[in-house]
Design a protein around this ligand. Structure first.
Ligand code: CU
Length: 158
């Protein structure tokens, strides 16, 4: 019991906060995925870049069937120097730090809209290649996706 009291004293502030919220106080390991975020990735692809400058766009859909919203906060690839998140409007393209994944909804990266910008390919991409892209979410952790390189005019479902 003495050990238990010591632990309660050390974590008292946290427990008080949890109890205030009306939840049962259960120690959390701090690293697990909350039950309310359930993420999956569908239809990833990279149209073969037209130019020889090694810059390519990446498209995919993140589904969240959970009841909590999440945020895509970081994108990297072991096969490319940089992957950034871009938002397109009619006339411009802008880098963003994060993208929202709504609860019970999708984050769609699609032609003419939000997309990934992939630069610094370790080897020039050809159709049929796969590039690993690691998507890191604020709550859901990191999902590694093998993204196929498709012909320039490819559309998902075609
Ligand atoms: Cu872009």
């Amino acid at each position: 019991m003495a050990a238990g009291f010591t632990r309660v004293a050390l974590t008292g502030a946290v427990l008080a906060a949890v109890l205030t919220a009306g939840a049962i106080a259960v120690a959390n390991d701090g690293g697990s995925t909350p039950a309310g975020v359930k993420l999956s990735v569908a239809d990833p692809y990279i149209p073969l870049p037209a130019g020889g400058d090694g810059m390519a766009a990446g498209y995919l859909t993140v589904r969240n069937t959970g009841s909590d919203a999440d945020t895509l906060i970081r994108v990297t690839s072991p096969g490319a120097g940089s992957v950034t998140m871009h938002r397109s409007t009619d006339t411009t393209m802008q880098e963003v730090d994060s993208l929202p994944v709504p609860a019970g909804g999708t984050l769609q990266l699609a032609r003419g809209g939000t997309h990934l910008m992939i630069m610094g390919w370790q080897k020039p991409p050809t159709v049929g290649d796969r590039l690993e892209i690691d998507l890191t979410f604020a709550k859901g952790g990191t999902i590694a996706v093998q993204v196929p390189v498709k012909p320039l005019t490819y559309r998902p479902g075609s």
